[in-house]
Design a protein around this ligand. Structure first.
Ligand code: ZN
Length: 76
């Protein structure tokens, strides 16, 4: 019963794929006429940018960031 023991160490080529995550910006919800906008302070130009939805957005100043709503966390 000599089973050939395979070498565990499968050498996988480590791919150096670096995904650059955009900076996370907290946005404030601005309700206007039933619809809401997300207002964020741009980390690049310092201006206020408005977006329709949170998420990965691209500012007019050619900056990409991740907009999150600054809600208070409710600890259950
Ligand atoms: Zn900007």
């Amino acid at each position: 019963m000599a089973q050939p023991s395979h070498a565990r160490g499968e050498s996988r080529p480590t791919q150096g794929v670096l995904i650059e995550l955009p900076p996370i910006i907290r946005g404030r919800v601005l309700v206007t006429r039933g619809t809401f906008e997300v207002v964020v302070t741009c980390p690049k130009c310092g201006r206020l940018h408005r977006h329709r939805q949170p998420g990965i957005r691209r500012a007019p100043c050619n900056t990409t960031y991740l907009v999150r709503l600054g809600r208070k966390r409710v600890s259950a």
